[in-house]
Write a protein that binds this ligand. Structure first.
Ligand code: F6R
Length: 608
């Protein structure tokens, strides 16, 4: 997730680009850059770090011109650095490109371009686009046709704004699976990732559709479909204020992030799920996994619950013993690890103090360290032996939602990948798992269309003082996450408990006002979980169940049920968690709490 802005008109482009980028910084803030057409060349200023760094650079090296593109980056391929910052250019700055998204086949395209004599300056997927357009342009295609040809070759997601040294009168914009809008002004037009970047100048926009391409000049905008047919686009008038627009019209970033989860899961899975195997960029363990006799999963908070799912999957697919431990305990427990151990750390920020300490301890004992991290170039990512990035984009709300879903998606990738390397998963089974994994994004969206039902349930249970989340197997793990979200957002006391353990003590706490949230998606344990729900109901508790569509076994065990679409049980946690997130969100929202900034919490816990 990055931010793109483009301007063409009569005004000085740089201040407009910088203003736009300042409104897009929430989409990414590890580096920023601009390209401006000044006199007869395309000039670039870009830098690692926040936008303020770019502004400093521009003071030292000002750029003047009426056409420009800008970018604020959230790294996916290549660590944050000056060279990896956008815009990326082809030779002698003929083409300059800013990009949001992931080019899945960039390695293949890069090899092809290298063979054709192109050399690459950065580690990014985006640079491939600049060279690819240049390649087709040099073959004699027009600027427009070279862009069409290049995007035909690209697999993955993209929002692109492109300028060419030979055409000081146009920006070409294109999108697939990443948002892009065209802002329409008087003798000036804009390109942007979202309306926040341009609301100061215009409220009239075209929302570019999938695979559409726009040729943006200062006094005209032409839009083409993927077959190069010119299409007429509706002008939408934006009435939101800037603050609402940054949140995409949602009241809170958390709700926006909840609603981004289908995309995040797709972005994490799709580039890695190949025809007959999983390809994990950044992981070089490969067959050496055969030398590993023990795995530790170490993380904090929500990331720890993703790790627990990882433990369950790795033990199932790889038959290697896995110990999961919170980082704050692991680091002081003198863990039994050596060079035949693998320690897998999971962290959104890549900066969590306890997780980082766990990493350093593991390395000091010669264990191999694999980090599953969201923030590219973070300390944990840099110090680990292998890194698998989740492609969740920046998570602004303190409570983790989309990053968790991306972490869980990554757990499937790691477990299945190792299972195949160990010859414990055959290609045929892989294909079955792949089919299930590929269903997840659309099933997540399907659940989110029913969010209003959960909002009603939150209203119904707003007065509860004690909540138990219960389940068995993976349902228990996802209960931990549900309970954490409710605690931290709604400030309601809640516990997650193994459904079968209730009768060994905690059932004494159950009374008329207790709410039980029962996760009941693990097919082979369903009857048992349902019996436990009935035991709670018989003692006066209210029961809200999360079950798969057509779950007849549930009978009258629950007062309310939220149904999720059917899927193989081992892939259900990601789906069952969505209503839990939405429930916690609405409980907090209806109670009037600041959902994005719960009390006493911080986004990145860099102290012990
Ligand atoms: C809860 C939450 C925290 C984090 C934890 C680890 O919603 O966000 O529990 O999961 O602080 O943070 P990272 O993943 O950055 O290491």
């Amino acid at each position: 997730m990055c931010g793109i802005v483009g301007y063409i008109g009569n005004k000085d482009a740089v201040p407009i680009l910088i203003y736009g980028l300042s409104k897009l910084e929430y989409r990414g803030y590890d580096s920023a850059g601009v390209a401006v057409y000044s006199k007869d060349s395309v000039d670039i200023v870009k830098t690692k770090g926040r936008l303020a760094f770019l502004e400093d650079r521009l003071l030292q090296n000002p750029l003047y011109g009426n056409l420009g593109i800008g970018h604020t980056r959230w790294a996916t391929h290549g660590a944050p650095s000056d060279i990896n910052s956008h815009p990326h250019v082809s030779k002698k700055n003929k083409f300059a490109v800013v990009h949001n998204g992931i080019i899945e086949n960039y390695m293949h395209l890069k090899d092809e371009l290298k063979a054709a004599g192109y050399s690459f300056a950065s580690d990014t997927d985006t640079e491939t686009v600049a060279h690819l357009i240049d390649f087709y342009y040099k073959e004699g295609l027009t600027f427009e046709d070279a862009v069409f040809k290049a995007i035909e070759r690209i697999e993955g997601s993209y929002a692109l704004a492109i300028m060419c040294e030979d055409f000081p009168d146009k920006i070409i914009a294109a999108r697939k699976d990443s948002p892009l809008i065209i802002g329409l002004g008087e003798d000036e037009n804009f390109v942007a990732s979202d309306v926040t970047a341009i609301l100061n100048y215009t409220r009239n926009v075209h929302f570019l559709g999938e695979k559409e391409v726009a040729v943006v000049k200062k006094d005209s905008v032409e839009v083409f479909d993927k077959d190069k047919n010119k299409i007429s686009k509706e002008i939408s008038r934006i009435d939101w204020d800037i603050e609402a627009a940054e949140k995409g019209g949602y009241d809170y970033f958390m709700l926006k992030e909840i609603n981004e989860q289908a995309k995040v899961v797709r972005d994490t899975l799709a580039p890695r799920l190949k025809e007959s195997h999983i390809e994990l960029d950044g992981i070089n363990i490969g067959k050496k996994i055969k030398n590993i006799n023990k795995i530790y999963m170490v993380a904090c908070g929500t990331a720890f619950y993703a790790s627990l799912i990882g433990k369950s999957l790795i033990e199932k697919y790889c038959r290697i013993p896995v110990i999961a431990e919170v980082a704050s305990e692991f680091r002081y427990n003198n863990p039994l690890i050596d060079e035949s151990s693998l320690v897998i750390l999971v962290s959104q920020s890549g900066e969590t103090a306890d997780t980082l300490a766990a990493l350093r301890l593991a390395k000091s004992k010669s264990a191999r360290v694999l980090a599953v991290v969201n923030v590219v170039g973070s300390t944990i990512a840099r110090e680990a032996d292998d890194v698998l990035y989740t492609h969740a984009g920046p998570e602004i709300a303190v409570a983790s939602t989309k990053a968790f879903s991306a972490q869980v998606a990554a757990m499937y990738l790691v477990a299945i990948h190792f299972g195949m390397e160990l010859d414990k998963i055959l290609e045929k089974e892989y294909c079955e798992y792949k089919t299930e994994l590929e269903k997840l994004p659309s099933l997540i969206d399907n659940i989110l269309t029913k969010s209003h039902n959960i909002e009603e349930l939150a209203g119904k249970y707003l007065d509860v003082k004690n909540v138990f989340y219960i389940g068995r197997g993976l349902d228990l793990i996802i209960s931990y996450e549900g309970s954490l979200k409710l605690k931290e957002l709604a400030y309601i006391h809640s516990e997650a408990y193994a459904a079968g353990e209730l009768k060994h003590g905690p059932i004494a706490l159950i009374e008329d006002s207790t709410l039980i949230i029962g996760n009941a998606t693990v097919e082979n344990l369903l009857e048992k979980t349902i019996s436990n729900l009935k035991e709670c109901k018989a003692r006066g508790a209210k029961v809200l169940a999360i079950a798969m569509d057509d779950c007849e076994a549930l009978g009258d065990a629950a007062d309310d049920v939220f149904f999720i679409p059917r899927i193989k049980s081992e892939f259900a946690p990601l789906l069952a968690n969505i209503p839990q997130q939405v429930f916690a969100y609405y409980m907090a929202y209806l109670l009037g709490h600041d959902v994005d900034k719960p009390r006493n919490l911080a986004k990145s816990v860099t102290v012990e």
